[in-house]
Write a protein that binds this ligand. Sequence first.
Ligand code: 4AZ
Length: 248
Amino acid sequence: IVGGEVTTIEEFPYQVSVQFKGQHICGGSIIGEHFLLTAAHCFEEPYSTEDYAVRVASSEHGSGGHLLSLRRIITHGGYNPQSHDNDVALLILHARLNFTENLQPVPLATDSDSPITANTRLRVSGWGFQAEETADDGDAEKVGVSAQLRFVEVDLVETPQCRQAYRQVLPITSRMLCAARPGQDSCQGDSGGPLVGLQPEGGPAKLYGIVSWGLGCANPNYPGVYTRVSAFRNWIYAHMGAWGWNGL
Ligand code: 4AZ
């Protein structure tokens, strides 16, 4: 998270750290008692599920809360590592989560009943880099993952504008959404983590995006790109249903 501030898990109780062989590699979101949502690009094939774990209910990725093993990793069949299209994965836990003040699911956003408007406050959180890594002129303090959870607020960038920004780089598909604010962005290590929206009328935070990709971090020419969660509701619910989940 670039240009943000330290926060606590109580403020983002659905945030998890996805770990590979004991190291934080990605963020993720709790969406049900056995289910987490993250990015497909966090899993490079071939991989073995036993090498992954998730830390829940902790403001630090390195300690506290609970470190839980995975029963299954389901990456989207249409995930394309070159184009970043369909960058979504569902994680099935062995254990059933006990929801507490520090551990809560986040509801998925729909496009119909909760569209993003100019008044939606979008927040992205994670333990990722606080600056884009550079050869050696980078601020050493800011390179590497953050011990403490951080967050920033960003603003929706409309798809035509985002397509224009990335026109010489990659297509922005209807399954992506873009968000930016000067000096504020998600970055390496935030991938897979939540982009949530708060409606001005109040109500719970909803999951709109999954940190996916971008050219650099907080580059004024290139917004952060997120997997558009509303485009994957059917895919998510179908796989949750296959694992015994029987509705909201
Ligand atoms: C990354 O490398 C990454 N600014 C994640 C998010 C963004 C850029 C890069 C968005 O995982």
